[in-house]
Design a protein. Structure first.
Length: 225
């Protein structure tokens, strides 16, 4: 297993998307990272959100990034779902690259794990991931074939962190439980529902409920055992 830290320049992937929004956001959780792109859950202060919302020229969406307002976070900040695509809507690979790009799809059968949360700097978005060595190589080659500029900051052997209870959950259980906490599912009064979570996660409501119950039971079993 290898660990990879790489950066994608914001200015190269956002076109006319408001770069200020990304630079002022705080990433709480990476919901998805695969061959299609990524999904972040971010927070942005209400002041910055209003400033950007009132600037029509800045709030245009692009072929590669879209933003959805999920409502207010418990701190009062705006909760955003940022969806990024490696290829823009309707964008196709050069015919000469298409065959070479097919291997990229094999990554979906061998997971790439997000480490920590992506960091948004003045220069770009820094991703921290871990995967088998051949998948890391495929990821980098695939991004370059899709004309996504990549700067590798670290590539080496993955060293496991100190394991917490959350680290022992399945990937899906962790995604659902973390999102539920972020969106206020466990707040009093509750600020979101399993239906809302299902919409963000693109899952059936019953599936979300099952993942939550299994995750909660697993955490409680670890704590009280």
């Amino acid at each position: 297993m290898q660990e990879l830290i790489f950066e994608i320049p914001i200015s190269r992937i956002t076109d006319d998307f408001p770069i200020k929004l990304l630079q002022r956001s705080k990433v709480l959780h990476m919901l998805r990272f695969d061959t299609k792109g990524y999904v972040f859950i971010c927070t942005l202060s209400i002041e910055h959100w209003n400033e950007l919302r009132d600037s029509p020229m800045e709030m245009k969406l692009t072929r590669k990034i879209s933003v959805k307002n999920l409502g207010k976070e418990k701190s009062g900040s705006i909760l955003l779902q940022v969806t990024g695509r490696w290829l823009g809507r309707g964008e196709k690979l050069d015919p000469r690259q298409k065959k070479a790009f097919e291997f990229f799809k094999s990554m979906e059968r061998s997971p790439i794990y997000g480490l920590d949360t992506p960091e948004i700097t003045d220069r770009g978005i820094v991703f921290k991931v871990a995967a088998e060595a051949d998948r890391i190589s495929q990821l980098l080659n695939g991004l370059r074939l899709a004309n996504v500029p990549v700067t590798v900051e670290k590539l080496g052997r993955f060293r496991a962190r100190n394991e917490s209870v959350l680290d022992t959950l399945t990937i899906q259980q962790s995604r659902v439980l973390r999102l539920a906490h972020i969106m206020g599912y466990y707040d009093i009064p509750r600020k979101t529902s399993t239906s809302d979570l299902a919409q963000v996660l693109v899952m059936q409501k019953a599936t979300v409920g099952e993942h939550l119950r299994r995750a909660e039971k697993h955490v409680f079993d670890k704590i009280f055992s």
